[in-house]
Design a protein around this ligand. Structure first.
Ligand code: ZN
Length: 113
C-alpha cells in the first residue's frame, strides 16, 4: 500500500510508513474509483446486452428468400439480397458498438490506476 502522506510504497499490512513514519490507513476504494467501477459495470452490461440474434435471424430469412428466389422469382431473390445486406450492416454496427464500449472500459480502467 502507498503512504497517504508521502506517497511511498510500503509493505501490505504495515502500520506505519517506513519513509515518513505516518500511520498507514488501509485504503478504502475512493469514491472516484467507485464511480468509475460503476461506469465500467454499466458498460459491461451494455456489451452483454448487444445480441447478434437480430442480425442472424435477418441473415437466415435473407438466405431463405435467396433460395426461394432461385426457385421461383427473381424479385424474391433481390429481396433476399437486400435482407442479407441489412443483416451484415446491422451486425457490423453492433460489433462497432461493442468495440467502442470495450475501448471506453479500457480508458476508464486506465483512469483508476
Ligand atoms: Zn510516508
Amino acid at each position: 500500500m502507498f503512504c497517504q502522506k508521502c506517497g511511498k510504497e510500503n509493505k501490505e499490512g504495515a502500520a506505519f510508513c517506513n519513509a515518513c513514519g505516518a500511520p498507514l490507513i488501509p485504503v478504502i476504494t475512493s469514491s472516484k474509483d467507485k464511480v468509475i467501477q460503476a461506469k465500467v459495470k454499466t458498460k459491461r452490461d451494455q456489451i452483454e446486452g448487444i445480441s447478434q440474434t437480430g442480425p442472424i435471424l435477418a441473415c437466415l430469412v435473407g438466405l431463405l428468400f435467396l433460395f426461394l428466389g432461385f426457385l421461383f422469382n427473381f424479385l424474391i431473390l433481390i429481396f433476399g439480397l437486400i435482407l442479407l445486406g441489412i443483416a451484415i450492416w446491422w451486425s457490423s454496427g453492433r460489433e462497432n458498438e461493442r468495440k467502442k464500449l470495450e475501448n471506453e472500459i479500457k480508458e476508464l480502467q486506465a483512469e483508476m490506476e
